[in-house]
Design a protein. Structure first.
Length: 444
């Protein structure tokens, strides 16, 4: 089935939907192609993943009751006191592990944030949009106590994995890369048995950045970094283009969606195995900065949300070996006004997005709701956004998008991550210096 792209009712309606600061439901009819409004002059959205949170503006204590009818929700603060929380993982007993982008790993026990961060992390380059990013538990965590996390690794010290790429710049910390770390955590105050199981190639940044097209942003951005395990125990990793979009189409570099075994080695059935010049970990090609990754709980399909340049943010259904177009194709505009090489949609050999937004919506992580606390939302897509909303999208019986609603706008918070707990409640992370974990329940 060819993915459907929601078509705006009008340019004016979509522009209002982005600018209005209160909750707005936008009903969009599914169609094969759309021509969304372009960003206004001077907008610089989506450049590297949404830094935001310039100051530690106090956030209220709640609770809040928002919305109407089946969309009425009750929101409570689980904890505050977090600095740009990025990723959340539920432990078997319902406690939570939360990463903070500045480089701290925190645990929330019975709804209370432990004031002391967990130790044992590696050296992290927490600059601009780099830092400690996503986190996931091994599917057999209850047995092996293994956790996985992504982070920006500076180009100093031993790499842990011998490659020719690391030999010449160990004195330049700014020449960094995305790393996937694995460690054991017994529930105490420190990690043990830490190991980098994967390092994206090549390292990039620091001195001698090559000439790039299109007015792209800083090297300490666009790391991607979401991780998710499938039911067979394979680990999928989003690797961003680091604002060097030319690498997204280069077969010898990461900046793709990747597929690994749980020890970091390469599955023999990966789609580019044996193809000359391609790195064997590559699962799909042509991604800019994928900041969301999830498996549909019913179909098993892999979905990803992705930052575009000025506009052109996307949600894609990811298929092995497919090319999603960046930097040759986008529904957005390059920052310096250069023309897009191959245009937008319907280009042979490239996959169209299921959703795209122009102007940008600044997507974070996404899930498909499968719990029983919100029966009207069963099968809906929920996506955190850094345009201060939680997006809910519905689909028809054929899987085509039908409606979109931007929720929680009244809170005025940037949302980085969204997760569903085992008991069907929804949790979001606010991407703020004064960050928080919020719980969403049915309205009262």
């Amino acid at each position: 089935m060819k993915p459907a792209v929601p078509k705006p009712v009008s340019t004016a309606l979509l522009s209002v939907g982005v600018l209005v600061s209160f909750s707005l439901t936008v009903h969009l009819a599914a169609s094969q192609r759309g021509a969304p409004a372009q960003p206004t002059a001077g907008q610089a959205q989506g450049r590297g993943g949404g830094a935001g949170g310039r100051g530690a503006t106090p956030f209220g204590d709640g609770p809040w009751d928002l919305g109407e009818g089946p969309n009425r929700v009750h929101i409570t603060v689980v904890t505050k006191g977090l600095d740009h929380p990025w990723g959340l993982a539920f432990l078997p007993n319902g406690d939570m592990l939360v990463t903070e982008r500045p480089g701290r790993l925190r645990v929330i026990r019975s709804g209370v944030l432990d004031p002391t961060p967990i130790t044992g992390l590696p050296q992290i380059r927490a600059v601009t949009l780099g830092g400690l990013l996503d986190i996931a538990l091994h599917p057999r965590f209850a047995e092996n106590r293994l956790i996985y996390f992504t982070y920006s690794k500076p180009g100093t010290g031993p790499s842990g994995i011998p490659t020719a790429d690391t030999d010449g710049f160990e004195e330049d910390p700014a020449k960094a890369t995305l790393a996937v770390g694995r460690a054991r955590w017994d529930g105490g105050g420190s990690l043990t048995d830490f190991k980098d199981i994967f390092l994206a190639q090549p390292y990039y940044g620091g001195r001698g950045i090559p000439a790039r097209c299109c007015g792209q942003g800083p090297a300490d951005g666009s790391y991607g970094s979401r991780i998710a395990f499938d039911k067979a125990g394979y680990l999928y990793v989003t690797s961003g283009d680091r604002n060097y979009g030319e690498q997204s189409q280069a077969p010898g570099s990461d900046g793709k969606i990747l597929r690994l075994k749980d020890d970091g080695t390469i599955p023999l059935d990966n789609p580019f195995i044996g193809r000359a010049g391609y790195r064997p970990e590559i699962y799909s090609v042509g991604h800019r900065n994928p900041l969301g990754l999830t498996f549909h709980p019913v179909t098993g399909d892999l979905w990803s949300s992705e930052f575009g340049p000025r506009g052109g943010d996307e949600v894609n259904r990811i298929q092995a070996g497919k090319n999603y177009g960046w930097i040759l194709i986008t529904n957005g505009m390059h920052y310096n006004g250069e023309p897009v090489v191959r245009g937008a949609n319907g280009v042979p050999g490239f996959e169209d997005p299921v959703f795209f937004w122009a102007p940008s919506i600044n997507p974070g992580n996404l899930i498909f709701y499968n719990g029983d606390k919100f029966p009207a939302w069963k099968g809906n897509m929920l996506m955190a956004t850094m345009t201060r909303s939680l997006l809910r999208a519905t689909f028809d019986a054929q899987g085509k998008p039908v409606t979109q609603e931007r929720m929680l706008t009244e809170l005025g918070q940037r949302f980085r991550d969204v997760r569903e707990s085992s008991d069907g409640y929804i949790y979001v992370l606010t991407d703020e210096t004064a960050g928080a974990v919020l719980k969403i329940e049915p309205g009262k």
